[in-house]
Design a protein around this ligand. Sequence first.
Ligand SMILES: CSCCC(=O)/C(O)=C/O
Ligand code: FE2
Length: 200
Amino acid sequence: MVAPGQDSREEVIQAWYMDDSDEDQRLPHHKDPKEFVSLDQLAEFGVLSWRLDADNYETDEELKKLREERGYSYMDIIEVCPEKLPNYEEKIKNFFEEHLHTDEEIRYCLDGSGYFDVRDQNDSWIRVSVKKGGMIVLPAGMYHRFTLDSDNYIKAMRLFVGDPVWTPFNRPHDHLPERMEYLKAFVHKEAGDHAVDAAA
Ligand SMILES: CSCCC(=O)/C(O)=C/O
Ligand SMILES: [Fe+2]
């Protein structure tokens, strides 16, 4: 049930600052006290989010429109669990290495759940919990990582503009043009704003 004025995305996507403990990566890792991050704050770092009808993704007009608008021509479905994912242990390890891509990472959770961790502008980790119906876009050039949560299962749609490139560039890869573009657009943007203000 969504209260008036409440954003229904928050039922399936939540974000918070992480603690520094080395405990099991699949635990929530909240700070004490908890420090939540709103979906609007995430959007300031370039992380976009939607809530869609995961039970009817094959016929969903909203998904179709979104794909057309954003040019997401490619789609496949990945299930992350030992029975379904070849080289499961190696993949799980690689997903949790901090990395970036030179394209957007677009994931739509069709079932299960997982954590996408992203860096804020001060390099602190924000944990983004995505459940069934939640779709997120991480911008090209943003450092991030992925882990299953303690339910140990996610089924996700992967979308891409054109032929998919999954290559992860593990940190540090700060010299890549996409990294520099990301910093300019979402991290150093205030410096750019001040320069514009000063010039006005
Ligand atoms: C839930 S999709 C698996 C994670 C993944 O594809 C990726 O690139 C994480 O950064
Ligand atoms: Fe990734």
